[in-house]
Write a new protein. Structure first.
Length: 227
């Protein structure tokens, strides 16, 4: 018999993916070849990175990668505990900036502004002031938490009819041959419950949806006779 399981603690955001577009007087597209040359050779880039408390990962090439129509810059950043986290900034030829690996939408937006500053400082964009950003949106948030005890996924799946009666639950999937976790599909998010008690929230578009998904875990407590 499993020990008493309570609702998961507040989830910890481990990845936010955001996109934003450059709005410049010169317009788009961006000269990606010139931008890559600046990233690899212009000393002003390192100064801007240091001002924002980030460094390249690894410290030497290939931290800059160029694809058909984009350039990706790999970075690392320390939190207040000294732990390093990997970040990535990608600039597309049409002026779209993608930021991933951040812990909040605010840090994503800050990183995009930093990249715009690099573009302006190195002369890649012929702008007298830092180019403006518009259309900022969060495209994906991933977070995790823990029940604090093991979960019987087989029993939980056997009671999937009870799960489907919960508000916003649209699907329940579990096949130990293909995936180690039980997948709960709800409106605006996907919740993956592992046998260890860990819970992962994926496919979330905003913090409000994450709060709703977390609140749904209250329905997985023993009082609802599901796990």
């Amino acid at each position: 018999m499993l020990p008493t399981i309570y609702a998961c603690p507040k989830p910890v955001v481990c990845n936010v993916l955001c996109k934003v577009a450059l709005k410049t007087h010169a317009g788009v597209p961006v000269d990606l070849d010139r931008f890559r040359f600046a990233l690899e050779n212009d000393p002003r880039v390192e100064g801007i990175l240091l001002e924002h408390g980030v460094s390249r990962t690894p410290p030497s090439p290939p931290n800059v990668r160029q694809f058909n129509n984009s350039i990706s810059l790999k970075l690392s950043e320390k939190d207040f505990r000294g732990r390093k986290f990997k970040r990535s900034l990608t600039l597309f030829g049409n002026g779209i900036i993608s930021a991933t690996g951040y812990r909040s939408t605010a840090s994503c937006c800050k990183a995009c502004r930093m990249l715009a500053s690099i573009l302006q400082a190195t002369g890649v964009l012929q702008e007298r002031s830092t180019p403006k950003l518009h259309g900022f949106r969060t495209t994906s948030i991933t977070a995790n938490t823990d029940f604090g005890t093991e979960v019987n996924l087989v029993r939980m799946y056997d009671r999937r009819l009870l799960l489907l009666k919960l508000d916003s639950v649209t699907g329940v999937e579990y096949d130990s041959m293909f995936h180690v976790g039980l997948i709960l599909k709800i409106d605006g998010a996907t919740i993956i419950v592992f046998g260890s008690g860990k819970v992962c929230f994926t496919g979330v578009r905003d913090m409000a949806a994450l709060r709703d998904a977390h609140a749904m875990t209250i329905n997985l407590s023993p009082s609802h006779r599901i796990i």
